[in-house]
Design a protein. Sequence first.
Length: 321
Amino acid sequence: MAATSGNEVPTYITNEQVSANLTWDELIPILESGIKRYSRHEFGVIQPVRTTFAIPQHSSLFYSMPCYVEQEDIICVKLLAVNPSNSEKGLPSHNAMIHLYRGSTGLPLAILEGELITAWRTAASSAIATKLLANGTPKILAILGSGVQAKSHFQVLQHIFNFEQIRIWNIRQESAQKFVAEIDASGFECRLCDTVEEAVNNADVICTVTNSNEPILERKWVKAGVHVNAVGACRFNKQEIDPGLMKEAIVYVDCTKTALQESGDILKSGVQIYAEIGEILDGKKEAKTEQITVFKSLGMAIEDAVTANLVFNKIQSKIEN
């Protein structure tokens, strides 16, 4: 790739371009490498705990997520605004911009619209955790939620596992009905469920991707050996998972430092974190698939960085060729 001079304007990359230049099969191994390198705590990955502040006037959150990755020679900063009430206005609840710089020079490389990158890397991280932690060959997938993250989780998990049955629940039934119709139209069997209990009964994999402030998933509803990707409740005062379920599960995270500061599911239940997913990938910790497992996902800047870099390099390669 040609070097960027100080006079060049950074490449602007839209969500449409991101979609055209990402595939799950390319993204997952790149994410696995980045996640593993982070958990090694090597100097080549510098990732401060993200800055987060609430805007109570709008019931919204704003995040700044920086990191440096030596192997790719990049600095990446994602700025993310989360406004849950936007869904009622027909607007996206998550709005993000990702700034990519050359690490060795500090020169700006690209500015990327970040909504799709966030959705893809979050779902792909859950897929990585599910590959490691699912008990045997999973056949039933339950998704609690029907927003952007629900859809990206369905896409990647069905791509990898080809579930026999998919169940959807959402507190807003109209949204859930639309999601189920989309899945049905893509040729997969899907069931709309009236309750969380109905959705998760005997499920092998459960994804919680909601805006809930209070626990919605209870221990008595899930079977032994289930794997849960807990993706919503990204603040210390929010929960999706019943504390009783958290206490019985083996809990894995993407980033321990962030989880101990921001995860209400972990802080309010008082559970101990067993391992980071990167430690399993690196062979340092065990994947305890016979037990209930929970992957508490909060997202990491290195995931944004390596995903944005993948997209940027593919676009640059097309331009140069």
